[in-house]
Design a protein around this ligand. Structure first.
Ligand SMILES: Nc1ncnc2c1ncn2[C@@H]1O[C@H](COP(=O)(O)OP(=O)(O)OP(=O)(O)O)[C@@H](O)[C@H]1O
Ligand SMILES: O=P(O)(O)OC[C@H]1O[C@](O)(CO)[C@@H](O)[C@@H]1O
Ligand SMILES: [Mg+2]
Length: 535
C-alpha cells in the first residue's frame, strides 16, 4: 500500500483520490484547478492531489493499522451535533410531541404503552452517509479515503422526534426567517414548522420579514404565525415572509434575538444563509444564550454539500425542462432552428444537467464544471454546424455560470468583479454571449440559422413546490422542530442517502457542491446528448 504524505491540518494520499471532508466533497469532480498538488518534501515533485480537510483534526498514515479507527473518530467528532447541553446543565423532560394513540376496532384506546410504539428516534440512531464500496480509485465517481479505496463506515445522526426535550413549549418563543433568493417550497417548510411547533404546544411563533434584514430594519415588524394563518400558504410559490440578501452583522442579529427573547430560530436558506446561521449559533454560544438555531437547506442550485438534494431543486428541474421543451419545439419547427436555454446555478450545473437529462431533448449541455471552447475545430460552434447539417436543428442548454468559474474551467467571460448585497459574484450573461456568437458564426459561414433564446431564470424558482419537493419540505420542516426541541443547535435538517438526518452546519458551509465531471450522472448526460468534448 502506498504511504500517505502527512500534511498539516489535512490528509494527502499518494494516488489521485479524494478524501472525505466537506472541502473534499466540494472539490470532488473539479480536480484540474481546485485541488492543490501535494509535493514530496524530498523531491519537491508532485506526489498526488492534496486536499486540505478543513475541519479534520487528525493526520492519517495509511501504513498505520489503526488509521480507519482514527478516521472514524475524527468523522464522529466532526459530525457530532452541537447541543445546548454542551454549555448548560439542563434536565430533559418528557416530550409533549405525542404520537397519536390509535383506537382498536371497538373504539377503545389501544393500551400499548407509548414507550412501546417505536415512534421516537433514539439519540444513538445513525444513518450511513455512503453506501457504495468502490473497489478501485478508478471506479466511476470513486470517493476513496485511502489508496486502496477501503470501506469505512461514515455515520451521521438520524433526524426525528426524541422522547426527551429541553424546552418547556409554553415558554418558547420560536422565530422563522427565510433568506437568499426565492425557492419553491419555502412556504411548505414555514407551514410545517408552525404546525409542528403547535403540536408540541408552542404558542408564541413569529416570522421575521425579509430575511436577516427583518432583524434590524426599522419598520419591519415580526409577524405572529399560527396554523390558521399559514394553512394554505403552500398553495403559492415565493416566501410568505419575504426574502432578502445582505443585511445586518451577526452581532446585531443576536442583539435582536436577545431583545426579542427568541429561544428557537429556524433559518431557511442556501449556503450563505447556513454560514449566517452558524455565525448566529456561535455568537449565541459565546453569549451563553439558550437558543437553538436550526437551518433547513433550500436552493434551486442544489449546491450544498453532503446531502442528496436541497428542497426546491426538483421543482426547478421540472420547470426548467418545460423551457427546454419550448426551445425544442421552436428549433424543430424552424428552418435550421437552434434553441438556446440558459438555466440558473450560481456556481454549479446541477439544474442544467438534470433538466437536460429529464427532457431528453438537449444536444449540447454546458456546465461550469467542464471546460469548453466555443471556437475552433473542437468548439461548440463547429458542433452546432454539424448538427444543423445532419439533423436540421439543435437544442443547447447552458448553465448561467458556464465558462465563468475560473477555478473550475477555462474562463470564457470576464466578470466585472461586482457582487450582490450578500457578497456573491454577479455573473455576466453567458446566454446572450452565446446567442451572439452563434449568430455571428452562422452568418460568417453563410448558413442560415434561426436562433431562439429562452431565459426562464426567475420562472423556475417562483413556482410552488411539486409533489416530491412538498414531501421533502414537510419532513425537513418537521424534523427542524424536533431537532430544536431535542436541544440541538447549529444543525441543518436534511436528507442524506435517502434518510433524514441532522448535520452540523459547520460541515456543509465550506464551499458549494459541484457536479462531479467524473461521476456517472455527467456521463449519463453526455450519453444522452451525444455531445463530444469541446476542447
Ligand atoms: N459568511 C457569512 N456569514 C454570515 N452571514 C452570511 C454569510 N454569507 C451570507 N450571509 C447572509 O446570509 C443571507 C443569505 O445569503 P445569500 O444571499 O448568499 O443566499 P443563500 O442563502 O446562499 O441562498 P441562495 O441559494 O438563494 O443564493 C444574507 O442575508 C447574507 O448576508
Ligand atoms: O435572486 P438574485 O439575487 O437575482 O440571484 C440569482 C441567483 O440566485 C439563485 O437563484 C439561487 O442561488 C442562483 O441560481 C442565481 O444565480
Ligand atoms: Mg448561495
Amino acid at each position: 500500500m502506498a504511504a500517505a504524505v502527512k500534511t498539516s491540518g489535512g490528509f494527502c494520499n499518494t494516488q489521485q483520490q479524494w478524501l472525505h471532508s466537506t472541502r473534499d466533497l466540494f472539490l470532488h469532480g473539479s480536480t484540474r484547478s481546485n485541488a492543490k498538488e501535494c509535493k514530496s518534501k524530498k523531491t519537491k515533485k508532485p506526489t498526488s492531489l492534496c486536499v486540505k480537510a478543513t475541519s479534520a483534526k487528525v493526520e492519517l498514515d495509511f501504513n498505520d493499522p489503526s488509521w480507519k479507527q482514527k478516521f472514524q473518530e475524527d468523522w464522529d467528532n466532526r459530525f457530532n451535533l452541537p447541543r445546548i447541553t454542551d454549555i448548560y446543565d439542563l434536565k430533559p423532560r418528557p416530550t409533549t410531541f405525542s404520537l397519536k394513540k390509535q383506537r382498536t376496532p371497538t373504539g377503545d384506546e389501544d393500551s400499548t404503552p407509548m414507550d412501546m410504539w417505536n415512534g421516537y428516534v433514539n439519540n444513538d440512531d445513525r444513518a450511513l452517509m455512503k453506501v457504495i464500496k468502490y473497489s478501485s480509485p478508478t471506479s466511476a465517481g470513486a470517493e476513496c479515503i485511502d489508496p486502496d479505496c477501503s470501506w469505512v463506515e461514515q455515520w451521521v445522526h438520524r433526524a426525528g422526534p426524541r422522547k426527551d426535550i429541553y424546552y418547556e413549549p409554553n415558554e418558547v418563543k420560536a422565530a422563522i426567517v427565510t433568506c437568499g433568493g426565492l425557492c419553491p417550497g419555502l412556504n411548505d417548510v414555514i407551514r410545517q414548522v408552525v404546525f409542528t411547533l403547535e403540536t408540541y404546544g408552542v404558542k408564541n411563533i413569529v416570522g421575521i420579514p425579509f430575511g436577516f434584514r427583518g432583524f434590524f430594519e426599522k419598520g419591519l415588524k415580526e409577524m405572529p404565525l399560527s396554523r390558521n394563518l399559514v394553512e394554505n400558504i403552500n398553495l403559492a410559490g415565493g416566501s410568505f415572509l419575504g426574502v432578502s440578501r445582505g443585511g445586518p452583522k451577526t452581532s446585531e442579529i443576536v442583539d435582536s434575538i436577545q431583545a426579542r427573547r427568541i429561544d428557537m430560530l429556524f433559518v431557511l436558506g442556501g449556503n450563505g444563509t447556513h454560514a449566517g446561521a452558524n455565525a448566529i449559533h456561535d455568537e449565541c454560544r459565546k453569549r451563553k444564550l439558550k437558543v437553538s438555531v436550526v437551518a433547513v437547506p433550500k436552493t434551486i442550485d442544489n449546491d450544498i454539500p453532503l446531502m442528496d438534494k436541497t428542497f426546491g431543486f426538483d421543482t426547478a428541474v421540472e420547470e426548467a425542462q418545460r423551457a427546454i421543451n419550448s426551445a425544442y419545439i421552436e428549433a424543430r419547427s424552424a428552418y435550421h432552428g437552434i434553441g438556446l436555454v440558459k438555466l440558473m446555478g450560481r456556481s454549479s450545473g446541477f439544474i442544467a444537467m438534470h433538466a437536460s437529462l429529464s427532457s431528453g431533448q438537449v444536444d449540447v449541455c454546458l456546465i461550469p464544471e467542464v471546460s469548453f471552447a466555443l471556437d475552433g475545430e473542437y468548439g461548440v460552434l463547429q458542433h452546432l454546424e454539424q448538427l444543423i447539417k445532419n439533423k436540421g436543428f439543435c437544442v443547447v442548454c447552458v448553465a448561467e455560470a458556464a465558462g465563468q468559474v475560473s477555478e473550475l474551467s477555462v474562463e470564457l467571460l470576464q466578470n466585472s468583479g461586482a457582487t450582490d448585497a450578500s457578497g456573491n459574484a454577479i455573473l455576466s450573461d453567458i446566454g446572450v454571449h452565446m446567442q451572439q456568437k452563434i449568430k455571428t458564426h452562422f452568418k460568417g459561414i453563410g448558413v442560415h440559422a434561426d436562433i431562439k433564446y429562452i431565459d426562464p431564470t426567475y420562472m423556475v424558482r417562483a413556482c410552488r413546490a411539486n409533489a416530491s419537493d412538498a414531501i421533502l419540505c414537510t419532513v425537513l420542516g418537521q424534523n427542524a422542530v424536533h431537532g430544536a426541541f431535542a436541544g440541538f443547535s447549529g444543525i441543518t435538517s436534511c436528507i442524506c442517502n435517502t434518510h433524514y438526518v441532522y448535520l452540523p452546519v459547520t460541515q456543509v458551509i465550506t464551499a458549494p457542491k459541484r457536479v462531479n465531471h467524473k461521476g456517472r450522472m455527467w456521463h449519463r448526460c453526455l450519453t444522452s446528448t451525444g455531445q463530444p468534448d469541446f476542447r
